[in-house]
Design a binder for this molecule. Structure first.
Ligand code: NAD
Ligand code: TDX
Length: 350
């Protein structure tokens, strides 16, 4: 089995590659990634010497390059994760999100289609997507199912929704074998510290303010990233072509409760007085178009394919904190240079 994984140098992609190489002895992986600010080969140090792994630097917005890659190599499947992934950046620069997430996905579909039509190679085009395409839920009421209508609000979620529609269109129009999964918020090691959990872990460590948007009442449904990788494996091997699967942890937290928990764990781990990290919480201007609540109904995946999360949030969040605390070099490297410019431009005004 030779897989093409796009975006494998990013947060979730690196876990997906590690998972597939670890779980399947017969698996070879080509990791295609353009190494944007979010791509980091240090996320894959432990697999880079594996003969079954190969890294190709390339950009999915380059359609010709993709056609050539698929002409040179026969892939049995594609797992597509490459994307611009941060909502705040999509508010500042929506065009980059349309280019990579929409045009890049269509380029990849074209290359997979050409290869599939030539020799029927390519068992599956697996598109990794997000629960944000479904929009926002009212506080405490309802869950997103696979039948929920699309209602994206941010340029990020609009671009992901558009890519989902394109993937379905290639199935319905050309018969390309596709599957889509829509997952809730992931957390765990190697997440870039622009996202809530690693950003706040880093700031607590440095004694910097914790910029909580609005009143901190927005709710997210958090999933351990390795459980997402395992769900992708399950769906890749046992999912039905043409179907959509929702993935989530049934693990809803308001941002304020989550940040308080994080502060308590950090006080414990850093040997600081109880309550000292909480003093860093700073309520700032809300994110524009901020979705109130996401919550996934993952019962189809459990019922049809038997997938359930493997660890509790209390375990996962402690493991995540410990990983960041013992990987200071990784954190320092990714928060130097351009990160600081982003940070100042984004949080300076707030
Ligand atoms: P990430 O930002 O950490 O990684 C994205 C990767 O894609 C990076 O390695 C980057 O270099 C690469 N990339 C970006 N543009 C590219 C291009 N034009 N060509 C080639 N490579 C490019 O993102 P992530 O959090 O790991 O998310 C991965 C996927 O999962 C995305 O499609 C995202 O929409 C989806 N997703 C993320 C979450 C989450 O909580 N992070 C939840 C559900 C779904
Ligand atoms: O500084 C912050 N302050 C704050 O209050 C940041 C960065 C975030 N937040 C809030 C906004 C959200 O309600 O925390 C919550 C989580 O924010 P993010 O980590 O930016 O994630 P979110 O916007 O929910 O999107 C994430 O989950 C779905 C990923 O970034 C997406 O790629 C994924 O599709």
């Amino acid at each position: 089995m030779h897989l093409l994984v796009t975006g494998g140098a990013g947060f979730i992609g690196s876990h997906v590659i590690r998972h597939f190489l670890g779980a399947h002895g017969d698996c070879r992986v080509t990791n295609l990634d353009s190494l944007t600010y979010a791509g980091n080969l240090a996320n894959l140090r432990d697999v880079e010497d594996d003969d079954r792994y190969r890294f190709v630097r390339g950009d999915i917005t380059d359609g010709e390059f993709l056609m050539q890659l698929f002409a040179e190599t026969r892939f049995d499947g594609v797992i597509h994760l490459a994307a611009e992934s941060h909502v705040d950046r999509s508010i500042a620069n929506p065009t980059a999100f349309v280019q990579t997430n929409v045009l890049g996905t269509v380029n990849l579909l074209n290359a997979a289609k050409a290869s599939w039509e030539k020799d029927f190679s390519g068992r599956l085009f697996y598109h990794v997507s997000t629960d944000e395409v479904y929009g926002s839920l009212p506080a405490g009421d309802g869950l997103f199912t696979e039948e929920s209508p699309y209602d994206p609000h941010s340029p990020y979620s609009a671009s992901k929704a558009s890519s989902d529609h394109c993937v379905r269109a290639y199935h319905d129009t050309y018969g390309l074998p596709v599957v889509i999964s829509n997952c809730s918020n992931n957390y765990g090691p190697f997440q870039f510290p622009e996202k809530l959990i690693p950003l706040f872990i880093n700031n607590i460590q440095l004694g910097k303010p914790l910029p909580l948007y609005g009143k901190g009442e927005n709710v997210r449904d958090w999933l351990w990233v390795e459980d997402h990788a395992r769900a992708i494996d399950t769906i890749y091997h046992h999912g039905t072509i043409g179907e959509t699967y929702n993935i989530g942890g049934h693990n809803e937290w308001s941002n304020i409760s989550l940040v308080r928990l994080l502060c308590r764990i950090m006080d414990e781990r850093l040997g600081r007085d109880e309550g000292s990290s909480e003093k860093l919480i700073s309520f700032v201007t809300d994110r524009a178009g901020h979705d109130l609540r996401y919550a996934i109904d993952a019962s189809k995946l459990k019922r049809e394919l038997g997938w359930v999360p493997s660890i509790t949030f209390e375990e996962g969040i402690r493991e995540t904190v410990d990983w960041y605390l013992s990987n200071g070099e990784w954190l320092e490297e990714v928060t130097s240079g351009a990160y600081q410019d982003y940070y100042d431009a984004h949080y300076g005004k707030r």
